[in-house]
Design a protein around this ligand. Structure first.
Ligand code: AMP
Length: 289
């Protein structure tokens, strides 16, 4: 496994892989790798070719009062995970390698970046889009892999890639949970004491939403309102939003037809958590009237 800290070394490794006729896959991460990340790496490996993982805690997607400094950075453990998962290349640049002249150019996907998490994290998705565009430009992969855990991010990146005609396929991968239902996240290490148990309220409320929709409920506002009510009543949970939207456009849905993304964000103690259920292929059936 090659570990590269510079763009030059990444390009050399990718060029060699291409010369050997291999397809190139990229899994962008901020490190502190867990089973969710491992599932993306496995999806990339299953598609075959040369698998690159980037590990970069991107400063431009953190707000001034967010956890950029304290975000976990267990690089040696991350490299072990990548070796174990058969990764070919890890790109772990310093911030100065990615932003040598400071960040000036920013990509903004209008309309989709201001809602949901964008409402409380202004500029967050511009930072994400810009760094993902840079990583795509550095690596030049045939496909890049993103988790449905960050469903808004996945939708926005899909739109950016289409709008800019970037020659890469974006693959979404299912959300991976802890055995008790908590969505895996590098930030779960922040959950202390009773907060770890309180955090289960999110996945429990979303499991109810899934049951309702699978049982035929087709009124998106009812689904969102039920999730909201449950989380507002949950002990130690400060709800930020609960919505039922179109997973591709992130627009509010009235009626659930083919697909729905039911997504929430909440604070549990000092930790901000997101979770969602993504239901596709519902086919407009159901007893919802
Ligand atoms: P992060 O390191 O949190 O920026 O995440 C890197 C990638 O891993 C993103 O595409 C995330 O959506 C994905 N990811 C993070 N947690 C999970 C999870 N629990 N299940 C699936 N994918 C995940």
């Amino acid at each position: 496994m090659v570990v590269a800290e510079t763009i030059r070394d990444v390009r050399r490794a990718v060029r060699e892989a291409r010369e050997r006729g291999r397809m190139v896959r990229l899994v962008p991460t901020m490190g502190a790798l867990h089973e969710g990340h491992a599932s993306l790496i496995r999806a990339a490996r299953a598609d075959g070719g040369f698998v690159a993982v980037s590990v970069f805690v991107n400063p431009t997607q953190f707000g001034p009062n967010e956890d950029y400094r304290k975000y976990p950075r267990p690089i040696e453990r991350d490299l072990d995970v990548c070796r174990r998962e058969g990764v070919d290349l890890v790109f772990a640049p310093a911030a100065a390698e990615m932003y040598p002249d400071g960040p000036r150019t920013r990509i903004h996907v209008a309309g989709m970046s201001e809602t949901m998490c964008g409402a409380s994290r202004p500029g967050h998705f511009d930072g994400v889009c810009t760094v993902v565009a840079k990583l795509l430009a550095v690596v030049g992969p045939d496909a890049a892999y993103f988790g449905e855990k960050d469903a808004q991010q996945l939708a926005i990146i899909g739109r950016m890639v289409r709008d800019l005609n970037l020659p890469v396929e974006i693959r979404g991968c299912p959300l991976v949970r802890e055995p008790d239902g908590l969505a895996m996240s590098s930030r779960n290490v922040y959950l202390e004491g009773a907060d770890r148990r309180r955090a289960l309220a999110l996945s429990v409320a979303l499991a109810e939403a899934r049951r309702a929709v699978e049982g035929g409920e087709r009124d998106a506002r009812t689904v969102a309102a039920d999730v909201r009510r449950r989380l507002e009543a949950a002990d130690g949970v400060a709800l930020e939003y609960a919505v039922a939207v179109d997973p591709d456009t992130l627009e509010d849905l009235a009626r659930i037809e083919d697909a729905v993304l039911v997504a929430v964000a909440a604070r549990v103690g000092a930790t901000r958590l997101i979770d969602n259920v993504l239901l596709r292929g519902l086919g407009g059936r159901g007893a919802g009237g």
